[in-house]
Design a protein around this ligand. Structure first.
Ligand SMILES: Cc1cc2nc3c(=O)[nH]c(=O)nc-3n(C[C@H](O)[C@H](O)[C@H](O)COP(=O)(O)OP(=O)(O)OC[C@H]3O[C@@H](n4cnc5c(N)ncnc54)[C@H](O)[C@@H]3O)c2cc1C
Length: 391
């Protein structure tokens, strides 16, 4: 048994941040990843202020920011604009950056601090007892450690092997994604819905824009069928009255969106983090941010436990599960609001327009989007700042 070591399964943003944090604190850490090399696909593209603050604490924010495009204003719900530049953070914007760039920064740091990264190896078996965990890989290697973290995404093998259910439901069956050039792009990021049709557009800053679109009346497509740019164009024109001169797709994909969460983030010596623990609607671009914040919460507690400090491991579940539930509820609400039609939509836009003119409500909206709202309950008798964000 490799006492004092941690195995992290999955080299997505959640696993990379966690493994790097552990190794940086002197914990022998092995990161196991199914794929031989990092993904060149950009699923997530929005990195929010709270995540950037946490990256800055690790000396990583400047590198990530340099690879992306800060967006300080977003057009949401019809003509309603949200000004992010007044957000109470050193990062008063949403950073639009391809997920592979964020992962590249995190992987580089993980290597520098000494994480053993085992690629082209899949976790296939897992057992645990009072002393530790044993993980069997597809390469026939067997790893032993004190703890294991499943950061292995929405179809998590770790979750299955520890017998955790993933209850919830599918909210949209067919979401279209296209990274394209736009001849006449909107100013900043834009979101609009008309009837059951929805379009989101954000600039990457390298001449390409991310477009996400769906039509709730066109949900029959096979999830693996290639995306025809014409499908995206039809939705975009219906929503914005123009396709902004959309052309030259460099990546397109079709995906579905679920709302799910595991009942327990901890099962003995095994923890679940990121998409392995929760999934929610794409509205608000929260998934990768939430996963990295799970890691930031768990890593120091694991490290502290392994050097004989106070046992805070159960607080990972009690602190992070409610945050995950709140994000599932909030992004679901945003999705349903975006899909309103007729008089309800007009009422929504008028209400949002009026609400965002009230500074307190505008700030609440910014804080919700940016993840600045999170605070954990302080134990009785602790200082009132315990559990609050340290910016
Ligand atoms: C189109 C799209 C747009 C999105 N946009 C945003 C956005 O703007 N902002 C945002 O915050 N989020 C966004 N998300 C969500 C975001 O991409 C995910 O939440 C994020 O990737 C989750 O990170 P993760 O590390 O938890 O899991 P993943 O990124 O899924 O990584 C899991 C890793 O585990 C590996 N793995 C799986 N099983 C095993 C095994 N048995 N053994 C070894 N390795 C294994 C996988 O190969 C993978 O590399 C978007 C998602 C999609 C689909």
């Amino acid at each position: 048994m490799t006492t004092g070591a941690v195995i992290v399964v999955g080299a997505g943003p959640t696993g990379l941040l966690l493994a790097g944090d552990l190794a940086a604190q002197g914990i022998p850490t092995t990161l196991v990843e199914r794929h031989a090399r990092g993904s060149a696909l950009s699923r997530a593209f929005a990195v929010h202020a709270r995540t950037l603050e946490q990256l800055e604490m690790r000396g990583l924010a400047a590198d990530v920011v340099a690879r992306g495009q800060p967006v300080r204003q977003a057009q949401v719900l019809g003509a309603v604009r949200v000004d992010l530049s007044t957000m109470p953070s050193r990062f008063p914007f949403v950073l639009i950056v391809p997920q592979y760039e964020t992962e590249a920064v995190l992987e580089e740091r993980a290597r520098q601090v000494g994480v053993r990264i085992v690629r082209a190896a899949e976790l296939t078996e897992l057992s645990q007892d009072g002393a530790g965990v044993t993980a069997r890989l597809s390469t026939d290697e067997t790893l032993e450690a004190s703890f294991l973290v499943g950061a292995d995404g929405h179809a998590s093998t770790v979750r299955r092997l520890v017998g955790q259910r993933f209850p919830g439901r599918t909210v949209i069956k067919s979401v279209l994604l296209a990274d394209v050039r736009l001849t006449d792009p909107p100013d900043g990021a834009a979101v609009r819905a008309v009837g059951g049709r929805f379009t989101f557009i954000a600039p990457f800053g390298d001449g390409y824009h991310r477009v996400i679109a769906w039509d709730t009346d066109q949900q029959w497509q096979d999830e693996f069928a290639p995306v025809d740019l014409g499908e995206v164009r039809v939705i975009m024109r219906a929503v914005f009255g123009t396709d902004f001169g959309m052309r030259d797709p460099r990546w397109s994909s079709r995906f579905h969106s679920d709302e799910r969460q595991v009942p327990q983030y901890r099962v003995g010596r095994v923890f679940l983090a990121g998409d392995a623990a929760h999934e929610h609607s794409p509205a608000g671009g929260q998934g990768m941010n939430l996963g990295m914040q799970d890691s930031a919460n768990l890593s120091w507690k694991l490290a502290q436990q392994l050097v004989g400090g106070r046992d805070l491991l159960d607080t990972y579940h009690t602190e992070r599960r409610p945050v995950g539930s709140a994000v599932i509820r909030g992004t679901g609400r945003l999705l349903r609001l975006a899909q309103l039609t007729g008089p309800a939509r007009l009422a929504r836009d008028a209400t949002a327009f009026a609400a965002l003119r009230i500074p307190a409500l505008a700030h609440a909206g910014q804080r919700a989007l940016a993840g600045l709202w999170v605070r954990y309950p302080a134990p009785p008798g602790e200082h009132h700042l315990v559990g609050t964000r340290a910016p």
